[in-house]
Design a protein around this ligand. Structure first.
Ligand SMILES: *Cc1c(COP(=O)(O)O)cnc(C)c1O
Length: 368
């Protein structure tokens, strides 16, 4: 069917199911889907289109450039740019109707100057730092910055938000501290109903029973790649990301022969090996050399030798495999699965980084 050598498969049908499951749990709270970093590697445009058709309320991106990409693809949803901005980006942020994160007085003044001069209005969200210490103003400053934004007609204050630092560690004392700081701030300013307050990410939604405020901001959960076991209410959520290839070469190697660069694997007996045409140049980590596994004909086989830029070798021992056989690097085949979390563990990282590491070289195929 496909004439690709290697590719990524995205299950949009399951993605829509994941969105429905989340919706059923958050009820009337707004749903903001984080599509930064090419939608966690899933493809920003296709994912945004699916989200738009499922009536997700908001999209969040990291930067101006990601926002422009969405607007160029005619995505009409509200888009929040989570990161900071530079003065020379203000025009494009406003012209593309992107909602801007305000995390300092300095940037708020730059925005105001621009809007005043050009006779424009800009949509903003105030970022409060409650413990992440990345961007955002301290609560002490947030109070006056809030008033500054609210009172100026150049600003349309759409939201107030903060971000958890340790939400994936359920009992971490910082979680309660951050919630308390955020809630105390909200209590003090009593924002009007039209202002969207938001703080909940995937880890917080899975781990805490507290209020979700007015919106949740989720990436890992809708993509089904959260690194911990999901609570029962989200047990229908599944990963939608698979990496597949096809056997490209077959050979028999004698005993005591080295395989691949540096001969980091030496055969102990004659074995059959197959070559798979994908490598670290596609984003399949070289850290998986000699420790990773792939699925062929419904069975797990070990990667042997060093993973190269475009290819690697697999030991099929004395079993059969043929050129053209489907190889699953991440995902399911028959009743076997190689999960993103398993790969992340082997690479000593988290699922998020594995997803982001696959680049444009691999075509993405969308299953509807
Ligand atoms: C990426 C991001 C999120 C989403 O995090 P998940 O763990 O994927 O749900 C939420 N808020 C901010 C500020 C982010 O950068």
């Amino acid at each position: 069917m496909l004439n690709y050598s290697s590719w990524i498969e995205i299950d949009l049908k399951q993605f829509k199911k994941n969105i429905k499951t989340i919706r059923a749990n958050i009820k009337k709270v707004r749903f903001c889907l984080c599509v930064k970093a090419n939608a966690y590697g899933h493809g920003i445009i296709e994912i945004a289109r699916a989200a738009q058709s499922e009536k997700v309320d908001y999209l969040a991106v990291a930067s101006l450039l990601e926002g422009i990409k969405l607007r160029e693809a005619k995505i009409k949803m509200p888009i929040l740019v989570l990161g900071t901005f530079h003065e020379n980006q203000i025009k494009d942020l406003i012209d593309n109707d992107l909602e801007i994160t305000i995390s300092s007085f300095f940037k708020a003044r730059l925005l105001k100057e621009y809007c005043k001069k050009m006779g424009k209005k800009c949509k903003v969200h105030l970022k409060v730092d409650t413990g992440m210490r990345r961007i955002g103003v301290k609560v002490e400053t947030a109070f006056s910055l809030y008033n500054y934004l609210k009172e100026d007609k150049n600003f349309s204050l759409k939201g107030i938000f903060s971000h958890f630092a340790c939400a994936d560690i359920k009992d971490h004392p910082m979680n309660a501290i951050q919630i308390k700081i955020f809630e105390k701030f909200l209590k003090k300013i009593k924002p009007s109903k039209s202002i969207i307050c938001h703080m909940t990410n995937t880890a917080a939604l899975c781990n805490f029973k507290h209020d979700f405020y007015d919106m949740v901001r989720l990436g890992a959960l809708p993509f089904g790649c959260y690194s911990k076991d999901l609570p029962k209410r989200f047990s229908d959520i599944k990963s939608i990301f698979s990496v597949k290839s096809k056997v490209s070469y077959f050979k028999v190697v004698e005993k005591d022969q080295g395989i691949s660069y540096g001969h980091s694997f030496i055969t102990k007996k004659p074995i059959r090996i197959v070559t798979i045409p994908i490598g670290y140049g596609d984003g399949y980590s070289r850290a998986l050399s000699n420790i990773g596994e792939v699925l062929i004909r419904g069975r797990k086989f070990p990667i042997i030798g060093t993973i190269c830029m475009d290819q690697f070798m697999v030991n099929i021992d004395n079993r059969e495999a043929f050129i053209g056989d489907e190889v699953v690097l991440i995902g399911r085949q028959e009743n076997q699965e190689i999960s993103i979390n398993k790969i992340a563990k082997l690479c000593k990282t988290i699922s998020y980084e594995i997803l982001c590491s696959f680049n444009e070289r691999l075509p993405r195929v969308y299953i509807n």
